[in-house]
Write a protein that binds this ligand. Structure first.
Ligand code: ATP
Length: 411
């Protein structure tokens, strides 16, 4: 999104920002999820997710709509606690996802004046640094600002592995443009983002678009990319792509008193740029890639567990083993190979257990290549390189290893 493009700038903004930021963006007023509680066992549930099970779309829907739909289900005696089965449930009420704290001296009384919020999404920092970006880099429209960073939400239920956590790593890009370009650029970004998933090995038939039926008042289009999770029994959102109008910059301009308009130097037209956003969660797509790559296969009468990740996504690229741990010549030579390779790639060194066991360990974490230093290596300066998916083995000269991995890993 940044390194390979001319029109997107990377940013690392602050987590603590002036509290008015979140008033301007509408988060203090309405960054809520609807919650219902079981009166018997106190189980907490997200009302929109409960309705989803009855195929009623209620993502970001008004609370009155949600309660009306819940009432209908209650009358039909269909609504039950997910935990104890009781029908004695509260009505839905909004639950703020904002995590609040206070800054200042420890002796200061906690008050609304020194309140600070942990950012619930990274894009707030992008809007705030928009003017700095314009003043320092002077980009021409259309251009984007992207950042990765921690976001915090007081989720009603944080569960399902790392699909939903209260602290997560978000990755967002805001593309600033003239409103006339929105349709074309929106389609372009939908295509780019979908292709990104396909390029890294997500099959076409496990990914789909979900169009939002309920749009925020400022949005003109909103689509999510959904992935069919094996571990979560079905399709779930992994990324949102939203056309947000000029609402964000107008709001920040209004609350800060700073002019955020743009003047086109060819036409002299002055306007507040519109925004197209792509937003995803690193932890969530990490779970998606693991879910997709997880494979159990039969090898010589045994089950081999292997993470068939795209090699670019494997956290460890190469594992290096001396054949025997108590032969210092083998360990020494293997360490030399490790020192040579770890300068360029993430490597692991493992000398415990049989070679077969060491292969299996690396298979489980998706390491694409294992390198074994054996007695022949001491004579011919070659090693055995074993590939994860095919389990093919070949002899490679130690002096050719860097070239070999350059070709096979840096695709
Ligand atoms: P949901 O409906 O699942 O609560 P959302 O529509 O509120 O998500 P956005 O605010 O659009 O999510 O966030 C964009 C992306 O950030 C999501 O597609 C997801 O990948 C990621 N994300 C959001 N909340 C969480 C969370 N609590 N844990 C992990 N990732 C998250």
């Amino acid at each position: 999104m940044v390194q390979l493009r001319d029109d997107i700038y990377g940013l690392d903004s602050a987590i603590f920002m002036h509290p008015t930021t979140w008033v301007a963006s509408g988060h203090v007023e309405g960054f809520d999820d609807p919650q219902i509680d079981c009166k018997e066992c106190k189980q907490r549930m997200r009302a929109d997710h409960v309705l989803e099970e009855f195929e009623i779309e209620a993502d970001k829907a008004p609370i009155d709509f949600i309660n009306k739909e819940l009432d209908k289900l209650k009358k039909e005696e269909k609504l039950k606690c997910a935990n104890c089965g009781s029908k004695n449930l509260t009505e839905a009420k909004q639950f703020s996802l904002m995590i609040k704290s206070n800054l200042g001296s420890p002796t200061d009384k906690l008050s609304e004046e020194n309140v600070v919020y942990l950012r619930p999404e990274t894009c707030g920092g992008i809007y705030l640094e928009y003017k700095n970006m314009m003043d320092s880099v002077h980009p021409k429209l259309p251009f984007g600002i992207a950042q990765i960073g921690k976001a915090f939400r007081n989720e009603i239920i944080a569960r399902q592995f790392v699909f939903r956590t209260r602290e997560f790593e978000q990755m967002e890009m805001q593309y600033f443009l003239h409103p006339d370009e929105m349709e074309e650029k929106y389609d372009m970004w939908r295509e780019i983002r979908l292709n990104w998933y396909l390029e890294y090995g997500i099959p076409k038939d496990k990914i789909r678009w979900h169009e939002h039926e309920v749009l925020s008042h400022y949005a003109s289009q909103a689509y999510d990319i959904e992935f069919d999770f094996k571990c979560l029994d079905g399709y779930k959102e992994v990324e949102g792509i939203h056309a947000r109008g000029n609402w964000d910059l107008s709001q920040h301009s209004k609350h800060s008193g700073v002019d955020l308009t743009y003047t086109d130097d060819k036409t002299n037209e002055k306007f507040t740029p519109h925004i197209m956003e792509t937003s995803t969660g690193l932890n969530r797509i990490f779970l998606m890639f693991i879910d997709n790559a997880y494979t159990e296969e039969e090898v010589e009468g045994e089950t081999r567990t292997v993470l068939k990740l795209d090699k670019r996504l494997s956290p460890i690229k190469i594992a290096i083993f001396p054949l025997l741990k108590n032969k210092s010549e083998l360990v020494g030579k293997a360490k030399e190979v490790l020192e040579m390779l770890r300068k360029k790639w993430m490597c692991e060194f493992d000398l415990s257990g049989s070679i077969g066991k060491r292969y299996r360990r690396q298979d489980e974490i998706g390491t694409p290549y294992c390198v074994t230093v054996d007695f022949d290596s001491l004579e011919d300066d070659s090693v055995t390189v074993r590939e994860r998916d095919t389990m093919n083995q070949e002899r490679v000269k130690i002096e050719d290893l860097q070239k070999y991995f350059q070709e096979n890993l840096n695709i």
